[in-house]
Design a protein around this ligand. Structure first.
Ligand code: NIG
Ligand code: FE
Length: 414
């Protein structure tokens, strides 16, 4: 099937940004086209040109009037934990009143609290809650969502959570692209004597079963004092590699364990958080394909000092921003707002900001064929009903996102 996005007000192509592999980006690397049209066929972008020159050779294409829209590569939320039961509102107040995230976790709250609430929820309840969350996120302009398991923390429930994510992927195919990350290595329940004991009895057997069924897109692990060790990362990666599944790491969030360097060494898709990253860690991204994923919503929600994004960008890291939407450390899922809010403090320019939630976010999921509007790339877009791309960044709260019906019809044929 062919479509033409006709007469787009502005198109953020990120052509130069893509050629520069998402690094050292300058404002002009946005590569904006004005009043142009985009021809797409069977999931790919064919060309960007004036409507008249596209139309004459493609009279059979479905025409989508985009004269009221600015178009960007599709927004990608590359880090969420959106399958969970219950909430942790009381912990938020406890933190405002002086408790730290780490204190709460040590006393059995935190991830282990959500584990109890998730285990008390049926598969259907968790599925329905996740659908509500996905639909809200999609309505804000995000078309690809990574979802991690990790609140079951026993063999059966972790398998169930990965199955739920797989079923969500099938349900939303043609509307939202879902990426299934296995993160049973999220916390160690009290009944296990050590993280290796839990790895051996839950994480590895669950991965064995899911890996054989080929429903996992990546694995992730919380490398942190009191959670998982470097050795656990290596064991997990070894097992995942056997199934051809790439690695992601929650790295250097509270203390620096040189998780960023380890992620780069192991060719992980991304190292995420990085609030406590070292200079060595920053440097390790400069020649690595591993994406540095920043989760500023978490820094705000926890009241922590943010990562030095400028240092990463100046070192040549590929930097992405994601929401980290979860019940404990960031109960906020508006990716565009999170990026807009953070850009001035991160000292990111407009190209770096846009790329962090499109091009580089795609790359952090290994989706290297999307995130830019150029020939041969995947035809995945976000549509913004406003006068300019500047307005999208400027109006933090305004939801300009629209999903034209004919575009969704086209996606559903792919
Ligand atoms: O990415 N850091 C580990 N995991 C989540 C927090 C999960 C929770 O608190 O429920 C995160 O911040
Ligand atoms: Fe996370």
């Amino acid at each position: 099937m062919k479509i033409i996005l006709k007469d787009c007000k502005e198109i953020l192509t990120l052509k130069n940004a893509h050629q520069k592999d998402g690094r050292f980006l300058k404002p002009k690397d946005k590569s904006i086209e004005k009043n142009k049209s985009i021809l797409c066929e069977n999931g790919k972008i064919i060309t960007i040109d004036t409507f008249s020159s596209i139309e004459k050779n493609n009279p059979d294409a479905t025409i989508i009037d985009c004269s009221q829209f600015c178009i960007t590569p599709e927004l990608v939320d590359s880090h969420t934990h959106l399958v969970f039961g219950g909430n942790r509102a009381f912990e938020y107040s406890m933190r405002l009143d002086g408790a730290t995230y780490e204190d709460i976790a040590k006393s059995g709250g935190g991830i282990l609290h959500t584990m109890k609430q998730t285990n008390a929820s049926s598969k259907d309840e968790l599925f329905n809650l996740a659908c509500e969350r996905i639909e809200k996120i999609h309505s804000l302009g995000v078309g690809t969502i990574e979802i991690k398991s990790g609140y079951g923390l026993n063999l059966e429930k972790e398998i169930e959570l990965s199955e739920i994510i797989h079923e969500l992927k099938l349900k939303y195919k043609g509307t939202v692209q879902i990426f299934n990350t296995f993160m049973a290595a999220h916390a160690v329940p009290k009944e296990y004597v050590s993280s290796s004991d839990y790895m051996e009895n839950v994480v590895l057997p669950a991965l064995e079963s899911l890996g054989l069924r080929k429903i996992i897109d990546s694995v992730d692990i919380f490398l942190e004092d009191g959670y998982f060790s470097e050795k656990d990362v290596i064991v997990l990666n070894q097992k995942a590699k056997g199934f051809g599944i790439p690695l992601k790491i929650h790295a250097d969030e509270f203390i620096n364990l040189e998780g960023a360097s380890l992620a780069c060494e192991l060719n992980a898709l991304s190292a995420d958080h990085l609030l406590a990253i070292s200079d060595k860690g920053i440097e390790s991204f400069s020649k690595s394909k591993t994406v540095a994923t920043l989760l500023p919503g978490t820094g705000y929600f926890l009241g922590k000092e943010q990562c030095d994004a400028r240092a990463l960008l100046d070192a040549g890291a590929k930097v992405s921003i994601a929401s980290d939407y979860n019940p404990g450390s960031c109960h906020q899922f508006d990716l565009k707002k999170i990026a807009c809010l953070s850009a001035p403090n991160y000292k990111m320019n407009s190209t770096e900001t846009w790329s962090s939630i499109t091009l580089n976010a795609s790359s952090s999921l290994g989706l290297n064929n999307q995130g830019t509007i150029c020939s041969n790339m995947q035809s995945r877009f976000s549509f913004w009903e406003c006068n300019s791309l500047d307005e999208v960044l400027y109006n933090w709260d305004e939801n300009y996102s629209v999903w034209p019906e004919q575009y969704l019809n086209y996606l559903s044929t792919l």
